[in-house]
Design a binder for this molecule. Structure first.
Ligand code: DSN
Length: 415
């Protein structure tokens, strides 16, 4: 791998090797990460990267589009079939640009949007004040019920009546439960708002049928092919036929210029793979593993926000263990286990400290980990929590983590 680079840029090659070593030997549990199949790396590293193309199949601005049109059409048709959607746009470079395009298509600067608070599990692009979505639009936010720690649907209804938003957004980056799309859809439509679901985190689970689909209820659904879909690094948009032209022209020329053809090819493959039995079984195992990890961590005295999980991630309250997210995330990293510190609902700590961590199981499940491996990983996490300042103990945990990881080779033949 990377033999040409090794000869022409040894410094960069070394850094990539370092990262490969980390991915090989560590236990990866960042909830937005996964390991892609070799086909994705082949396509993303293919000659498709050489082609510049704008527009849509049949409406192009550059010559030489015959194969490109076929690839984009293939990806669109596969995305539509996988999710049962009327229309798909697979050009967005990321989930954020997909969301930006939806706002550009449906509303005007200054209009009101209603999304989930970032510190309750939402996303930057759902109206955060530090993001374009909170600067260009008038952003109102809903949160979680303080007792159940699940989405406060009554609050969404109250805020929708009070503020008459033009778009209501559902979807989250650190919410471990199913979302009642049907209920929010009713609230949105009664308020005269569009209903946008950003399913980036759960797109793979939805494709596999192990998570409810928002497609029947939402006017527009955005997603990424990156996270649980475990494929190309980019975004996509699904919508009803009547919004198709608005969405397409918001993506191009509204928000983006030329497409990333190597990524688009990889998206076409991602949507095909996500329809297979093999992929469905991996997603089923993802959910089993997340539930198993939650149960074992609870056994060690960690508190699961919402009491557990329905999807690929856990949000863990570390206060019963006397730790902050920052302390635990750093100590776990030293022990070869990668998670991220994360705000929990009504977190007393600052965002750079936090009282929690978010743990995802997609990446390790794709490598082949099962429930019994989750039990071992929970045990290692607890040893780190109990020995937070003990370098020797953390070194011992790292040795165990490397042993677990070595049972699940990253890519056959590459390592
Ligand atoms: N939203 C970020 C995350 O969930 O980690 C990146 O997708």
């Amino acid at each position: 791998m990377l033999d040409n680079l090794k000869n022409s840029d040894a410094v960069l090659h070394k850094y990539i090797e370092e990262e490969m070593e980390r991915q090989k030997s560590g236990i990866e549990m960042i909830a937005s990460e996964s390991f892609v199949p070799m086909e994705i790396m082949e396509i993303q590293g293919s000659i498709l990267t050489n082609k510049t193309m704008e527009g849509f199949p049949g409406r192009r601005y550059h010559a030489g589009h015959e194969a490109i049109d076929k690839i984009e059409t293939l990806g669109i048709e596969r995305a539509k079939e996988l999710y049962g959607a009327d229309h798909a746009n697979i050009q967005p470079h990321s989930g954020s640009q997909a969301n930006q395009s939806v706002y550009a298509a449906l509303i005007k600067p200054g209009d009101t949007i209603l999304g989930m608070k970032l510190d309750h599990g939402g996303h930057l692009t759902h109206g955060s004040s530090v993001n374009f979505s909170g600067k260009i639009y008038n952003s109102v936010s809903y949160g979680l019920n303080s007792e159940t720690e699940t989405i406060d649907y009554d609050e969404i209804e109250r805020l929708a009546k009070m503020h008459s938003p033009k778009i209501i957004i559902a979807g989250a980056s650190s919410y471990p439960r199913f979302i009642d799309y049907e209920r929010i859809s009713k609230i949105a439509h009664e308020a005269g708002a569009y209903f946008l679901v950003d399913m980036a985190h759960v797109a793979g689970l939805v494709a596999a049928g192990v998570h409810p689909s928002p497609v029947p209820y939402a006017d527009v659904v955005t997603g990424t092919t990156t996270k649980t879909l475990a494929g190309a690094r980019g975004g996509f948009i699904l919508c009803k036929n009547e919004l198709a032209r608005k969405i397409d022209s918001a993506v191009f020329p509204g928000v983006q210029g030329s497409m990333h053809m190597h990524i688009m090819g990889a998206k076409a493959f991602t949507f095909k793979r996500a329809g297979t039995k093999e992929y469905r079984e991996i997603m089923e195992q993802v959910v089993k593993n997340a539930k198993a990890l939650a149960k074992h961590l609870e056994g060690f005295g960690f508190r699961m926000v919402t009491g557990g999980t329905d999807n690929h991630l856990l949000l863990v309250d570390l206060r019963p263990k006397g730790l902050t997210g920052k302390q635990f995330d750093l100590a776990l990293e030293s022990a070869g286990i990668t998670v991220n510190k994360n705000m929990i609902p009504n977190d007393p700590e600052k965002p750079m400290v936090t009282s929690g961590v978010r743990i995802g199981v997609t990446a390790m499940t794709i490598k082949g980990a099962k429930e019994e491996d989750m039990a071992e990983i929970a045990g290692l996490m607890n040893r780190v929590a109990e020995n937070i300042d003990n370098e020797e103990a953390i070194k011992d945990v790292k040795e165990e983590a490397v042993k677990i990881s070595s049972r699940f080779p990253l890519y056959k033949g590459m390592l």
